[in-house]
Design a protein around this ligand. Structure first.
Ligand code: ATP
Length: 402
């Protein structure tokens, strides 16, 4: 039996962007057809088949085509070429307010939306109270939606989407707009949907959310599907790409700082952090939780340092701080140094979860100012046998009494 409910075959989507800047330019160029238009391919040859009852995450950098692909699945965007086939009723939660008429009240929009999604008036009557209660906006149901806050929009849209009995639910990032209790409620509803065997396609930048909800994730890059696997595999791929971009940004920033120093009277650097490496370099930078992480490097000082501090931190590819400290915080007084100074920082028994991490090192003077800061100067990956989410690693022991 064919279990495919969403089939995307060699889909390409071209947008035409007008390059005119002002109204005057538009009027002047109105008759010259192509000169001021630019074609842009938001999707390039994307193929994807989704089985019934599966939850799939669409992930990728800003502008990579996730929303466009979701809209193509929802039938809101027509592919320039290729085919999208969908079996079953689709409910889509797209960007804020999409599908709502601003001048109509919440109540009128519920009926309008439900009828677009294929419900009769009688069916909508039956679900109406549930939708309003779920949304928690009883007081505002007879207010025009143009006066709603973004959270209220999402509450009502989600309320409608989940009560129209969809076989396939498409969700674009919007959930992040709701407050925490509402997000929790939405996640519960999504879990209930999964339990009932419905299919979910979720666009999200949150690794935690995709890992929690989806069994599968696909990565888009410049409109192309570049990876398809478990959420862990997808985010690993994405983080490698992000790491390359972050390194490029850092290099650009350093180059511009250097040229700033060269062209202005900015004070020259008093020292540099060089040759930073991890003790795991020889081992392909793969660690297991509970191992020691040793960071070694050199300080090349132009001026001697009297009262100074050495700092180290670990962060994720998305720049979330996992751990950080410096010798001052640790109450450790470092001896005066000058010239070339080797240093080593050991973080013993690092119980860190599987993932990719970057190391920052900084040297600070007596006033706490950076003498030098080596951002994302070394990287390592941690691999574990089992699967957990979050930043810390532990091997849980779970017992159940029966
Ligand atoms: N209606 C449109 N007209 C012109 N260009 C568009 C249109 N919709 C999307 N695009 C362009 O297509 C590209 C992909 O957009 P899309 O919204 O699918 O990306 P995304 O991966 O969802 O991004 P984000 O993470 O920022 O939400 C972007 O460069 C965007 O500017």
């Amino acid at each position: 039996m064919d279990t495919t409910v969403v089939s995307v075959e060699n889909v390409w989507k071209r947008f035409v962007i007008r390059k005119d800047k002002s109204l005057k330019e538009r009027v002047v160029n109105a008759r010259r057809s192509h000169a001021h238009k630019e074609e842009f391919w938001a999707l390039g040859d994307v193929s994807l088949a989704i089985d019934s009852g599966i939850s799939v995450g669409l992930v990728g950098a800003n502008g990579s085509g996730k929303s466009t692909l979701l809209k193509a699945i929802g039938g809101i965007v027509q592919p320039t070429s290729g085919q999208v086939r969908v079996r079953g009723r689709v409910a889509a939660l797209l960007e804020l307010g999409a599908g709502f008429h601003p001048d109509l009240t919440g109540r009128e929009n519920v009926y309008l939306n439900a009828s677009i999604l294929g419900l009769t008036q009688a069916e909508t009557d039956r679900h109406f109270d549930e939708i309003v209660t779920f949304s928690g906006i009883e007081k505002f149901i007879d207010t025009q939606v143009k006066f709603y806050s973004s959270g209220m929009y999402v509450r009502l849209a989600f309320g409608i989407a989940v009560h129209v009995d969809p076989d396939i639910l498409l969700v674009d990032e919007v959930l992040a707009v709701g407050d925490e209790p509402f997000q929790r409620k939405c996640m519960e509803k999504i879990r209930q949907f999964q339990h009932e065997g419905r299919t979910i396609v979720l666009v999200s930048h949150s690794a935690e959310q995709v890992s929690e909800v989806c069994q599968r994730a696909v990565v888009l890059e410049h409109g192309r599907l570049v990876a398809d696997g478990t959420p862990q595999e997808a985010f690993r791929r994405l983080r490698q790409d992000y790491e390359v971009r972050i390194q490029e940004d850092i290099q650009e920033q350093e180059a511009s700082e250097a040229s700033h120093v060269a062209t202005t009277m900015a004070p020259a650097r008093r020292g540099r952090i060089t040759e930073v490496r991890l003790s795991h370099d020889s081992d392909g930078r793969i660690m297991r939780p509970g191992e020691d992480l040793r960071i070694e490097g050199m300080l090349e000082l132009t001026d001697p340092l009297e009262d100074w501090a050495l700092a180290a931190s670990i962060e994720t590819p998305l720049s979330q701080l996992v751990f950080g400290t410096d010798t001052r915080l640790l109450g450790q007084h470092l001896p005066p140094v000058s010239g070339t100074v080797p240093f080593a920082i050991t973080l013993p028994r690092l119980e860190i979860a599987a993932g990719d991490y970057a190391v920052n090192v900084a040297v600070r003077d007596s006033s706490g100012r950076d003498v030098d800061r080596a951002a994302r100067v070394a990287r390592f990956s941690v691999e574990t046998r089992g699967h957990t989410v979050g930043y810390i690693h532990t091997a849980p022991e779970i017992t159940v009494r029966s």
